[in-house]
Design a binder for this molecule. Structure first.
Ligand SMILES: [Fe+2]
Ligand SMILES: [Fe+2]
Length: 399
């Protein structure tokens, strides 16, 4: 059997950005790695960390949910300080005695390598994967240093990729100035916004605790999706004159019960008389919204009935639903991290013009998809579709 090839990307990740992800993916692809550990440093390793290790960790976990080959590791965060690269490599060597280890390093880092703590131990354990840097780097000096280190036993490979000029410093500055951050995974922008990180004003005092609770309750993809829905629901509320704070709260909490086992949801639903509809009770998809509203009220302290309504009906809608609930229902199906589906771009475009028409298109698309798979469509979805068709906004447009 071929030896396993394991990559390592360490750093402060303050915050982790898409440049890190692109670098990791290029290493995985161009060096045929099986997986890659993303290892954020503890708070003592970098004097300049703006955000504490637990929030940096949550952002790393959410960012790594974009690619199953990326494995976040708490090794350095949980190690007693100081933790050196040599310690990390030796721990990984213990865990994977037969694997080849590859450590990602920026090309400029090669010049500092000889000063690393326990340099000999480091070079004995891994091959360095060199990531090209933009701008004028003296190729001669780089090659000379590489040759000198190779003579000492260090091993190098180049990652095939275009040089990147994305930095965490630039992203922090852009967040602080309220500028767009195209190189930050969009759920992380919401994470920073809701928690008031990197100099942004704290907008939602309870969001910090809610996010920490959701991080434990949800899997990483669902966690990232929830952050994204919060942001998109707020955006739709702004465009259509609804309450942005309520939309954001409902968006953040809408899937709070999604990762609960069905049995646990059934227990809550029965104990608190939420429903006796057997089709709802037997469906994870239908139960998580109903039980989610109960969990939001009882475990997250959400008392606003309009927010709870939006959570309870975020997947099927209901006849007479509020426009706030429409914002959440739509945001759930068109937020930026959603995998592409046939009507996605059309629903997104229509949502800029009309909540009612966009929601109708989205629910009709869902209904057609469910039927084409021979699956069960809950009558409430059909009722919502029929009700939306009676609305003046929809009827006028048809004429
Ligand atoms: Fe959901
Ligand atoms: Fe969702």
């Amino acid at each position: 059997m071929a030896k396993e090839r394991i990559g390592i990307l360490g750093g402060a990740f303050d915050p982790i950005h898409q440049g890190h992800i692109q670098m990791a993916q290029a290493a995985l692809d161009s060096c045929q790695l099986n997986r890659l550990y993303v290892i954020p440093a503890g708070d003592d390793a970098y004097k300049a960390c703006v955000v504490g290790k637990e929030d940096r960790w949550k952002m790393v976990v959410a960012a790594c949910s974009q690619d199953p080959r990326l494995v976040p590791s708490r090794f350095e965060i949980d190690s007693p300080a100081p933790c050196y690269t040599a310690d990390t490599l030796l721990a990984l060597r213990k865990k994977h005695p037969k694997a080849d280890l590859f450590y990602i390093l920026g090309a400029d880092g090669v010049f500092k390598l000889h000063r690393w703590h326990r340099f000999e131990e480091v070079i004995a354990q891994c091959t360095f994967l060199i990531c090209p840097r933009p701008g004028e780097m003296l190729l001669e000096a780089f090659n000379a240093e590489k040759a000198r280190l190779t003579a000492l036993g260090a091993k190098f490979m180049m990652i095939r990729m275009q040089p990147l000029s994305i930095s965490s410093t630039e992203i922090r500055d852009r967040l602080m100035q309220g500028l767009p951050t195209p190189n930050l995974y969009s759920p992380l922008r919401e994470f920073c916004t809701l928690k008031g990180l990197y100099g942004m004003p704290l907008r939602e005092p309870e969001a910090d605790a809610w996010i920490d609770k959701l991080f434990v309750a949800l899997n990483p993809r669902r966690f990232a999706h929830s952050l994204s829905v919060a942001g998109y629901a707020r955006r739709l509320a702004r465009v259509h004159g609804e309450d942005q704070r309520q939309a954001e709260q409902a968006g953040l909490l809408h899937d709070c019960a999604k990762c609960m086992p069905l049995k646990e949801m059934q227990r809550i639903a029965t104990q608190h008389s939420l429903t006796d509809d057997p089709t709802i009770l037997s469906s994870n998809a239908l139960m998580h919204s109903l039980v989610g509203a109960w969990v939001a009220r009882n475990e997250y302290g959400m008392a606003d009935p309009e927010v709870l309504e939006a959570i309870a009906y975020h997947n099927t809608g209901h006849a007479g639903m509020s426009r706030l609930a429409m914002c959440v229902c739509l945001a759930d199906s068109i937020e930026p991290t959603r995998e592409s589906y046939p009507l996605l771009e059309q629903v997104r475009a229509l949502s800029e013009l009309s909540l009612e028409r966009a929601l109708l298109m989205s629910l009709e698309g869902t209904a057609a998809f469910v039927r084409s798979r021979g699956k069960y469509l809950h009558p409430r979805t059909q009722e919502t579709i029929a009700w939306l068709k009676t609305l003046p906004e929809v009827r006028t447009h048809k004429k």
